[in-house]
Design a protein around this ligand. Structure first.
Ligand code: S3P
Length: 451
């Protein structure tokens, strides 16, 4: 059974009174995956505090065990990893199943294919539909052989070379996963792996590699592009990693508080890395009453407590260039746009078509089902606020962010909003329902369909 598989759990969100209180959301998903993976390569004990214990990250923990690392849950959120050294991962005895976790599988393909082992990767129905060519292209250039049943889709078997080749690579899509897979593969290639990143994406891999003692340098070239150089075959030193709160999870209570009348909440200890902060910037432009309190540094990252009060929102045009810094937040921004005065225009969204679901189509269908006017373009969405009342049933396509976004919608519409399946929420934010209920949100479980 894949880590995210389970029974279907339909759920409805009901119109709720003001949301009030303080919450702490779980650790950042991107940083959690990376901490487990770098821990698996460092000889000695890496201690991780605040690890996200969602299905995606648990799949990565299990995968690191399959590669021979000792991964132990010492207490809730506190994990230790005893690694095997760069180039020291073992060949797993079985297929490695990443469930719903795109980041997990893509980074692990880079991590594990730079050495002479053969590994078969797979995932759930959603992950098996997602494109892997973007990772396989650079890995092939490093000497990795790829066996696929269906072109560039999981399940995939990767046979690493005896000696990986360091490459010079220009990242062709704005994707932190592609960048990270190449950097992780470069760790065991003799010489310098050089990456040019035309559009800056989240930089957690670079930051964490530097903290673990990798020989990594980042410069900006004459065209303003980031150039990352990594010298391979250097040992990594185990670290203590403190994982800040996930801004992509915080997005749901933040938007809920903006749109549910009378709300006033504080979300504590949220990562404020500027390459992840596009949603906050946009919501503030829309007139959201959002203040950042107690800014501080945790584990080398800026964090703060975010106070949000219900606000009258105005529609804005979100520039395409902002997409990489809020790539996972468009579904919930579309929900905010449903309550804003005017047309919220979102452009440059091509990558949303290849996330856990086709998020442009899923959002457009979900809004339409709830009477909200929405125009879907090949790479854009336009939402007209103030038009919907809820009452719809939304298909989530195994996509946790579609599920949470539409539940948030239902807290603020007159009629309830139902989703076909809340189970995938556990991949990234298992505490979602409890934390939201604690703030005053109302949900109702529905009968699963007869099978
Ligand atoms: C992630 C990168 C993004 C994002 C994903 C997490 C990461 O994907 O959507 O949820 O941790 O590197 P892309 O790199 O495909 O944009």
């Amino acid at each position: 059974m894949s880590p995210s598989a389970g029974s279907v759990r339909p759920l409805a969100a009901l119109a709720s009174g003001p949301l009030r209180g303080r919450i702490r959301i779980p650790g950042d998903k991107s940083i959690s995956h990376r901490a487990l993976m770098l821990g698996a390569l460092a000889i000695g004990e890496t201690v991780i505090e605040g690890l996200l214990e969602g299905g995606d990250v648990l799949a990565t923990a299990e995968a690191m065990r399959a590669f021979g690392a000792t991964v132990t849950r010492q207490a809730p959120g506190r994990w230790t990893v005893n690694g095997l050294g760069v180039g020291g991962l073992l060949e797993p005895e079985d297929v490695v199943d990443f469930g719903n976790a795109g980041t997990g599988v893509r980074l692990a393909m880079g991590l594990a294919s730079n050495q002479a082992t053969t590994v078969t990767f797979t995932g759930d129905a959603s992950l098996r539909r997602r494109p892997m060519g973007r990772i396989l292209d650079p890995l092939r250039r490093m000497g990795v052989q790829v066996l696929a049943r269906s072109k560039d889709r999981l399940p995939l078997t990767l046979k690493g070379p005896d000696v990986a080749l360091p490459i010079d690579y220009r990242v062709p899509v704005a994707s932190a996963q592609v960048k990270s897979a190449v950097l992780l593969a470069g760790l065991n290639a003799p010489g310098v792996t050089r990456l040019v990143e035309p559009v800056a994406t989240r930089d957690h891999t670079e930051r964490m590699l530097a903290a673990f003692g990798a020989a990594i340098e980042i410069e900006t070239n004459a065209d303003g592009e980031r150039v990352i150089s990594l010298e391979g075959q250097r040992d990594l030193r185990p670290q203590s990693v403190e994982v800040p709160g996930d801004p992509s999870a915080a997005a749901f209570p933040i938007v809920a508080a903006l749109i549910v009348e009378g709300s006033d909440i504080t979300v504590e200890s949220v990562l404020l890395n500027p390459l992840r902060s596009g949603l906050l910037e946009t919501l503030i432009e829309m007139g959201g009453d959002i203040t950042i309190e107690k800014r501080r540094t945790v584990g080398g990252e800026s964090v703060g407590d975010i106070r949000v009060r219900a606000s009258r929102l105005r529609a804005v045009n979100v520039p395409a260039g902002r997409a990489p810094s809020m790539i996972d937040e468009y579904p919930i921004l579309a929900v905010a746009g449903s309550f804003a005065e005017g047309r919220t225009v979102m452009e440059g969204l091509g990558e949303l078509r290849v996330k856990e679901s086709d998020r442009i189509a899923a959002v457009a269908a979900g809004l339409a089902a709830n009477g909200i006017a929405c125009e879907e373009g090949p790479e854009s969405l336009v939402v007209t606020g103030g038009s919907g009342v809820g009452g719809g049933r939304v298909t989530t396509h195994l996509d946790h962010r579609i599920a949470m976004s539409f539940l948030v919608l239902g807290l603020a519409t007159a009629d309830r909003v139902a989703i076909d399946d809340a189970a995938p929420i556990a991949t990234s934010f298992p505490e979602f329902r409890d934390l939201m209920t604690g703030l005053g949100a109302r949900f109702e479980e529905l009968e699963p369909p007869a099978s």
